[in-house]
Design a protein around this ligand. Sequence first.
Ligand SMILES: Nc1nc2c(c(=O)[nH]1)N[C@H]1C(S)=C(S)[C@@H](COP(=O)(O)O)O[C@H]1N2
Ligand SMILES: [Mo]
Length: 340
Amino acid sequence: MKFTQGIRQKAPWELKDSDVTPELVFNDRRRIIKALGLGALGASIPGQVQAGIFDLFGDKKASQFLTSPLTYTSNLSFTGNGAITPFNKITTHNNFYEFGTSKQDPSENAQGLSVDPWKLVIEGEVERPLTLDLDDLTQMIALEERTYRLRCVEAWSMVVPWVGFPLASLLKKAGVKSHATHVAFETLFDPEQMPGQKSRLMGGGIHYPYVEGLTINEAMNPLSFMAVGLYGKTLPPQNGAPIRLVVPWKYGFKSIKSIVRIRVMDKQPPTSWNQLASREYGFYANVNPNVDHPRWSQATERRIGEGGLFSAKRINTQMFNGYGEQVADLYSGLDLTRYF
Ligand SMILES: Nc1nc2c(c(=O)[nH]1)N[C@H]1C(S)=C(S)[C@@H](COP(=O)(O)O)O[C@H]1N2
Ligand SMILES: [Mo]
């Protein structure tokens, strides 16, 4: 398979060692010490300080999973603000409660996730229901790279170079019926593979399978993206292999992972976080610095992997995560304080 190298910004540490893939660089403590110019000092600095250094780069063995290069073109009209988050941050600081509720749990527990065979069904109010297998996901629609900001409702954020295709392209293949109003998404349910699904306690209280939804206009918006890869390769399990949704103007929990079912509907579907705590998590979940979470402010966010060794940089949160030009029209006339 031909690998088209995408054009993207490089983080400073990528440039320093550009002949080595980032995930290899960051999994090697000695290389990091060297790259930071700490030399022999590295061995003698206190453990706590070391932990801070390695936390910046990510010190988890995230390269244990198999990812393969994808063929794609870079879509330069989608570039994030600021530097792209290091690979090892994107792949070790995760929310994927099926594999545990701490940030490092998914990278540690998801490596055995079996994605081959995989089946993604597109059904409901469509002209042509589809069943896609693993190869279809990367071969049916031309892949592009888009760098998007990802803003979690927990007030942290990243900048991620995704590879995938517009959700609208997939829905058009199935042919959405004219009376459809919503699209529902469902994650794999397999407690044998996903320990978080075995008990309410381990899975953070969510009623599995994890489900999400969009209005039909949100789903057809050009920003709505089905990601099958990041950093030019297929998705690691912890990021939602083999296919996940990315809706960058909404809080991260809308971007559902490891999808097995997409159902076009004529009513609003239930969504997991809304079912769990409807006062705290709405159906829309648009990023909005002016509407606080009941327990914390949404005015600012921590940009993961930036801002020095011991603290992530805090930046102002933007309305619709900075994508207002593309999506504000979807909500004209809607009271965003009430429909949060
Ligand atoms: N199935 C499933 N999808 C999920 C989640 C989850 O727990 N289960 N967490 C969501 C949340 S809260 C966020 S912030 C993003 C995180 O994506 P990332 O780990 O790739 O950064 O995934 C979302 N998709
Ligand atoms: Mo999140």
